[in-house]
Write a protein that binds this ligand. Structure first.
Ligand code: ATP
Ligand code: MG
Length: 798
């Protein structure tokens, strides 16, 4: 109803209309007027009247009113000529009241006011109804009206009918609890609240809904007015968002795992751990392909059903495992809602509980290297979305495995390399040690020098050079080749020597030189040095190795040899000349032949001795000396030796003493050779002891390392031997003095003989005081006594 003046519509004939319009407008009404019944409908829709006043005398008035009222609800006041017939007729067509003609102003005003008031009341009720209709029915919100006592659904709006799929009638036969679907909070992403419900629709589908309810009072009854909000979409969106976030988080964690560790097992374990966050499963595993089989390398969750050993023992032949083969062929994940219905599912006892499965291939490019598998004990547990997610993880696993394999390869290579370096270092160190040992064990002196700007720096010298020169390694490093400079050499000469050294090295690569060097103690010795240039791989000379040999002995021996040759030839020529002379004289003086023969005998003896010595020496050198050994009484051997030498000593005016033990001492020896040794020692003693002095030959028993030995000593009080000669006198041709005749072979032969008998020979001597030569031979038990002890019982030839 409008707030302005009420609108009256007047359908009446002209005269009546004119007077009434004036009257009503004076009363403050707005009047819409027509005298044509057909125009009524138009006027009605354009003027929205609050009251329709119809003149019954207007043409078709009785048929007009029902038509108007069919579309418009408004009070109708008829103007009639009062008769029971007319009254009945107007009420029959829907009149609310009438005013009799001729119209009485006061009556008309009264009737209009009453009808308008009623109209206001009705309109208020209508308005409420309309608002209710609008609020309840004509609204997109889903609404239900429920009896608070019984829970019966009293009303449902169109949106509710659409949403639930029930007609209003169906609703009215239901209770609100009929709509509830069990709320499985376990599987909900969102926590259940006071408003959260799950309602089952007519189709059976379950939707998440939020229900907001409040009491309303209606005709004295308390009803529940419920607004239902379909939460599914939002829930779905939220769940999707949640899933998305979980997936992103899981992938992010995987990413950080990939970059934080390269231990393949750890990475794969974390993949299995992360996947649990986004795809629920009972067990998960990663299989790798190895020689036509898929083998579980990491797993999670199987502890409930089997032992780790059983799980690890699972080896599935690819050719016979349909699900794995399918994934290899298609490169796609695979969902199996019911493994028992899947042809080719490999059933093993360990995994017989599995009902549904999802797997994704782990691929490098187009090459499948393994699988990511999830198992569930429930049928139809996995969705296509799960499969897609699994594939994302499988791709990550592929990267992880590839990284880990690469890393592993790199690590193994590094370890191998390290090991090789270590081995090589040990080898080098060993070689270096060996090299040093060899160098230090060498008799020759070795020096390694480096040349820099005409400076020669000593980098290494061996022990032999220290021994040879008396200068320590430090002194060599400090003074370098200046140490080679001998007293007689001035700076200029030394410089020239060094220049020559460099030139030779540069031109020939080596330099050989013999020179005298002064030891630290001042003594001089002869040195032979051979220096060889050491080149770096690029051909540049970096240093030189010099081998130094003390050739003093060699030189002395060489001199001895020269002397020996001279002596031997002289010795041979003299007797030969002598022999020739004697032969000549024998022809001339046949009467003196016996004198000449004596001399000839002596001469041939000497020649024979010389030749024997030379032969012996050469035999020893060639190692072909033969011993005729037997168990011999040493006392007897001594006796045989002295029988010749004793008169000789006496002839020279020497006191000669022989000391023998009472106990018979036996040795397994070649008696001739031992006599030869003693004879030589005695001859030397006689030769190198001036007359008037004494010589002693002693035999005694001694113990050497617990073994009894016979010790033979030849002690003289003669000229003695200087200390520096002692180490050399057993060398062939080595002679200390040349005044006495001899070849310098005697001691050398003696040493060879004694050593062949497993004995030892030695000397102690003090210059001008005398010498003590000795040798020892291992003793053997006495043989079974025989008549002639000197004849060997058992003779053997070596
Ligand atoms: P031969 O070959 O004729 O024996 P030789 O006596 O000179 O000659 P060795 O018996 O080998 O040779 O002796 C070597 C050198 O040792 C001798 O030349 C001598 O200088 C020294 N010598 C050996 N025995 C003695 C000694 N008892 N007293 C001093 N010097 C000795
Ligand atoms: Mg001698």
């Amino acid at each position: 109803m409008s707030a302005s003046s009420p609108v009256l519509m007047l359908a009446a004939e002209n005269n009546l209309a004119l007077s009434l319009t004036q009257l009503l407008e004076e009363d403050g009404y707005t009047v819409a007027y027509t005298a044509n019944g057909d125009e009524c409908l138009n006027l009605l829709t354009s003027s929205h009247p609050d009251l329709l006043i119809v003149d019954a005398d207007l043409q078709d008035a009785f048929s007009l009113v029902p038509r108007l009222l069919a579309d418009y609800a408004l009070p109708v006041l008829f103007l009639i000529h009062e008769s029971s017939e007319n009254i009945e007729a107007v009420f029959a067509v829907g009149a609310d009241d009438y005013v009799a003609k001729p119209v009485h102003e006061r009556v008309l005003r009264q009737r209009i006011r009453r009808l308008l008031n009623e109209r206001v009341a009705v309109q208020r009720a209508d308005d409420l109804e309309r608002r209710w209709q609008q609020a309840f029915h004509q609204n997109h919100a889903i609404k239900l009206l429920i009896d608070s006592q019984t829970g019966a659904i009293l009303d449902a709006n169109r949106a509710a009918c659409n949403f639930y799929g029930y007609t209003l009638e169906q609703f009215r036969s239901k209770y609100v609890t009929d709509l509830d679907a069990a709320l499985d909070t376990d599987q909900e992403g969102l926590p259940p609240t006071l408003f959260n419900f799950r309602h089952r629709l007519a189709s059976g589908e379950v939707r998440d809904v939020k229900v907001f309810s409040g009491p309303i009072d209606m005709d004295g009854r308390t009803l529940i007015y419920s607004i239902i909000h379909d939460n599914t979409k939002r829930r779905k969106a939220e769940a999707a968002e949640h899933d998305h976030r979980t997936m992103a988080e899981a992938l992010r964690k995987m990413g950080s795992t990939l970059s934080s560790t390269l231990d393949p097992n750890e990475v794969l374990d974390r993949i299995l751990q992360q996947i649990q966050q986004v795809v629920s499963n009972d067990c998960a595993n990663i299989m790798l392909i190895d020689g036509g089989f898929a083998r579980i390398v990491r797993s999670r969750g199987y502890e409930r059903w089997s032992t780790p050993e059983d799980v690890n023992a699972i080896r599935l032949p690819l050719a016979e495992t349909a699900n794995l083969r399918w994934m290899i062929e298609h490169g796609l994940p695979l969902v199996i809602p019911d493994v028992r219905a899947f042809p080719g599912w490999v059933q093993v006892e360990t995994t017989s509980w599995i009902r549904s499965y999802v797997g994704a291939p782990i691929r490098f490019g187009h090459h499948t290297i393994g699988f990511l598998n999830l198992d569930s004990k429930e049928l139809d547990h996995f969705t296509d979305q799960d499969a897609e997610r699994l594939l994302a993880f499988a791709d990550q696993a592929a990267i992880a495995i590839r990284n880990a394999r690469l890393y592993d390869r790199v690590r193994r290579q590094a370890a191998e390399l390290e090991q090789r370096v270590q081995d090589r270092t040990v080898e080098l160190e060993y070689e270096r040690q060996q090299f040093r040992t060899i160098l230090d064990a060498m008799v020759e002196g070795v020096a390694y020098t480096e040349h820099n700007d005409d400076q020669i720096k000593v980098r290494y010298i061996n022990q032999a050079l220290v021994n040879m020169t008396g200068y320590s390694a430090e002194e060599w490093t400090a003074h370098s080749i200046q140490l080679f400079r001998t007293d007689g050499m001035d700076e200029e000469q030394f410089r020239r020597g060094v220049d020559e050294f460099y030139r030779a090295l540069n031109e020939k690569g080596f330099w050989q030189h013999e020179f005298k060097m002064r030891r630290k103690d001042g003594s001089e010795f002869d040195l032979n040095s051979v220096t060889t240039r050491v080149d770096a791989p690029d051909g540049k000379s970096v240093g030189a190795v010099t081998v130094l040999r003390d050739v003093s002995q060699e030189r002395a021996l060489q001199a001895q040899k020269t002397r020996f040759v001279a002596y031997a030839s002289h010795e041979l020529r003299t007797p030969i000349t002598n022999m020739k002379t004697r032969l000549y004289l024998m022809r001339k003086q046949p009467e003196k032949i016996s004198d000449h023969l004596l001399v000839l005998e002596d001469v041939t003896d000497r020649m024979q001795r010389l030749v024997e010595d030379l032969l012996d020496m050469s035999r020893f050198e060639r190692g072909i000396i033969h011993l005729k050994r037997g168990v011999m009484l040493l006392q007897e051997i001594i006796h045989r030796s002295t029988s010749v030498q004793e008169p000789e000593a006496e002839r020279k005016g020497l006191r000669f003493t022989v000391e023998l033990p009472d106990e018979p001492l036996y040795a397994f020896v070649d008696p001739e050779r031992v006599v030869q040794v003693i004879t030589n020692l005695l001859t030397n003693a006689i030769n190198y002891t001036p007359s008037g002095k004494s010589i002693t030959l002693r035999l005694s028993k001694t113990m050497d390392k617990g073994v009894p030995h016979g010790l033979v000593e030849v002690i003289d009080t003669g000229i003695g031997i200087a200390e520096e000669h002692l180490p050399h006198i057993f060398q062939p041709f080595y002679r200390v003095v040349s005044q006495v005749e001899g070849t310098g072979l005697g001691l050398n032969i003696a040493k060879e003989i004694i050593e062949l008998h497993q004995g030892q020979i030695g000397v102690e001597s003090v210059l001008k005081r005398g010498s003590r030569f000795y040798f020892s031979l291992p003793l053997v038990p006495a043989p079974v006594p025989v008549d002639d002890p000197i004849l060997p019982e058992h003779t053997s030839v070596e």
